[in-house]
Design a protein around this ligand. Sequence first.
Ligand code: ACO
Ligand code: LMR
Length: 605
Amino acid sequence: MERLFDKNTQAIFWNNNKTAIQRMLDYDYVIKRETPSVAAIVAPTSSNKFEKFFWGGDEIMVPVFRNTADAKAACPNADVLLNFASFRTAYDVTMEALEIGGFRVMMITAEGIPERLARKMNNAARKAGVTVIGPATVGAIAPGAFKIANIGGTIENIINSKLHRTGSCGLVTRSGGLFNELSNIISINADGIAEGVAIGGDRFVGSTFIDNMLRMEKNPDVKYMVLLGEVGGREEYKIIEAVKDGRITKPIVAWCIGTIAKHFSSGVQFGHAGASANADEETAVAKNQAMKEAGIYVPDSFNDLPAKINEVYTKLKNEGIITEIEEPEINTIPKVRRPKQFVCTISDDRGEEATYAGFPISSVATPDTGKSIGDVISLLWFKKVYPKWATDFIETVIKTVADHGPAVSGAHNAKVTARAGKSVVEALVTGLLTIGPRFGGAIDGAAQYFKYAHDNDMTPAEFLNYMKKQGIPIPGIGHRIKSLKNPDKRVEGLKKYAKEFFPSTTLLDYALTVEQLTTSKKENLILNVDGTIGILMVDMWRALGYTEEEIDEFIASGTLNSFFIVGRSIGFIGHILDEKRLAMPMYRHPMDDILYNVEKAEEIK
Ligand code: ACO
Ligand code: LMR
């Protein structure tokens, strides 16, 4: 790996840390990234499917998943894990992500992960070839390409420190605060940063100074490096070795902070867990001296560091190794931003012509387009282009359920309402309101229960028994007038179509074995039109490659009954117009058709 990140790098952000994510997206917008750097959020306790974030003055949706596996499956290109879990959870999150695989870089922000676990985690990552940044870090940045969360601070600070575009320096620090300070120093005394990493303050960090600097040695954007070490540990000696044996050839400016420690009689523990010298060689003074002797540019004090950086930068510029950077144009974030109240993901009327799931209406509306109502439904309900066998099936369903005469619950209601002088829409709605578990609205239930029974390998008898225990009639079974002797031709038609055009009809085949059993008990307990539609839709979706979870979600949201609602609206409207055409008077139900069983009221004394 030459570069840690580029302009296409995307991350999965573990934890719904909205402020940090917004900072990343603001950065993306400012540097004119095309894709957001956060592809998905993992939030185990959230029931949200997405979070809205500003993208400049506009807003975008970032999908939310309950676990890393789902997020990774949905966003396979996101190869960076930003692990913002607490110190209690961070280890498990990292280990699970290593198991899932497909991550190139993992950043762990938590401070206080037990050292034993941190070592285990870092070793596992190293074995898997994954670069870990942290724990206990603000992260890393590839200016002009990708920035982790809060590194670099506010957008104003980022631009002031020239972190919005690629410079020439490879910067490595332990601390995030000093990283920001140094970025600023480098922007003033040189031309900014090409890649920067705050490796974290813990004693055991995943990627060390040497790991990052060896990568920067290969990164063509990095022309020289700045290393800000710390008292404690021996990591700086690995850099010295690499310089000596030629693995690092680019100039390095380095300083180890903590030289003050020599003025104290006993060992000093600085802010970081790793910042304490356990031997003379680990003191800042000894390390600075050793680095100087190896030919690394070491200033006389921290105060002289800016001048040293400028010296090396100017030298490289004079040698033609660093060339002038053309300042790129950037976007500015509007001062006032208003979150949007509504979200629409199916159609857009803002352009010259409105679209259905991205398709202009004219591309699906007229006969020459070859598109049907089935296509329009697949676009507007499922945001997908379905193959012809599926759109033809949808259209067949709509036509099949359009009407079943005036006597059925809904048509009756619509007729009575129309005759009360109400409008088409009012009468239609009263008809639609009858659609439910007994009439026309058993489609979702049929899909749900038959799918459940089949997936749990229930025999038809076990299924019947199970439903009996639930205390509900099997949705999709039974009809008032249709029976074995008087078969429902609509059902015949749908089955015939599916047998001919569906790649597979597994659930239908199962339902037919259930029907055999129910009709053996009573001949009107046939697989009815609702049942056939529900079951075949599941077969259709499975053949179209939907996951079981997606299908369950369709069912739970009432998608299947919606086919009946659309189809039967055609018939209801027909009945309503029929009433109006015939100028039918108000309806009153004949009293002799009502069993009056009203007891005399008791008097209250
Ligand atoms: N599952 C199990 N047993 C059933 C079912 C069923 N789906 N439907 C009826 N039965 C049994 C009843 O328990 C009853 O048994 P019993 O005689 O031992 O008491 C017997 O069959 C007759 O029941 P009824 O309710 O009188 O049957 P009816 O013919 O009136 O009902 C109905 C028809 C309402 C469709 C019923 O079968 C049912 O509720 N089915 C499930 C819901 C359904 O699929 N509705 C959609 C129908 S199609 C459409 O509307 C477009
Ligand atoms: C319908 O389609 O409305 C029916 O199957 C219900 C019925 O009672 O005919």
